[in-house]
Design a protein around this ligand. Structure first.
Ligand code: ZN
Ligand code: ZN
Length: 251
């Protein structure tokens, strides 16, 4: 192949790929919530609906309670400092609640990007405020293989992969859920704690000094605490807990 021919072929290839991208960007694409056109084919929400996702300005980094000042902890957490930092995009309330539920139970997998975007907004805000540091890797909360096979995907893993694009840090897969557990939602607080005993296993040591565990919804935090304890029994690393939404805290 002559070099001139090669250059022409490359230019043609570049033109084709650019045309496909331009075409895809230009295609009408409805917002998942209001059906208005979205600005980019990768977005599932229009700018207005993204803005309307309720994003509390300041949350406590221990319990995610809404606070007014730019501080790390609420009064209660300041008195007994939580062992793990909790980063939550917002609360489990409409419209985030609808997006999370459609994503998980109606197989709307492309919503993972919007949910990760919502959480990434909080992460960048806390980094800007010097409240948290960016961890070196993201570990999604694993599902037991039987539950994953039934659902077809692990929601925490899809969110972790999208977050990884926004934050430019890798996703790791070092934790295994080796025991199927009853759904935490069906149990009271005491049963929940025992339900998770020895449910997780560290497949291999984590080669990073700091990680974030990622999940979709946070209720009591028992799952994330159990995983963190499983890791910390074997190695010393910094662990943050990241969730798209925390269930609403009653005052
Ligand atoms: Zn919209
Ligand atoms: Zn707190």
């Amino acid at each position: 192949m002559t070099s001139r021919y090669r250059i022409v072929s490359l230019k043609f290839y570049h033109w084709i790929t650019q045309s496909v991208i331009t075409l895809r960007n230009g295609l009408p694409h409805g917002c998942y919530l209001c059906q208005e056109q979205t600005p980019h084919f990768r977005h599932r929400l229009c700018d207005t609906c993204r803005e309307d996702l309720i994003f509390p300005q300041q949350l406590c980094s221990g319990c995610a309670k809404s606070i007014s000042a730019t501080v790390k902890w609420c009064g209660q957490c300041q008195q007994s400092e939580p062992y793990f930092i909790l980063v939550s995009g917002g609360y489990y309330q409409t419209p985030i609640k609808q997006l999370l539920s459609d994503f998980k139970y109606r197989q709307q997998m492309s919503l993972a990007r919007e949910l990760a975007h919502f959480l990434a907004r909080r992460i960048y805000k806390l980094i800007d405020q010097d409240i948290i540091d960016m961890p070196q890797a993201i570990q999604p909360v694993p599902l037991h293989w039987q539950r994953q096979a039934k659902r077809g995907f692990n929601q925490a893993q899809l969110i972790a992969y999208e977050l990884s694009h926004y934050l430019n840090i890798p996703v790791i897969d070092n934790i295994k859920r080796h025991r199927s557990t009853q759904s935490q939602a069906e149990l009271d607080a005491k049963q929940r704690q025992h339900n998770l005993d020895n449910a997780f296993q560290l497949r291999k040591p984590i080669t990073y000094d700091s990680i974030a565990l990622v999940d979709d919804v946070y209720t009591t935090g028992a799952t994330m605490h159990e995983i963190s304890e499983t890791i910390l029994q074997q190695q010393t690393i910094e662990i943050q807990h990241w969730v798209v939404a925390r269930t609403v805290i009653s005052e």
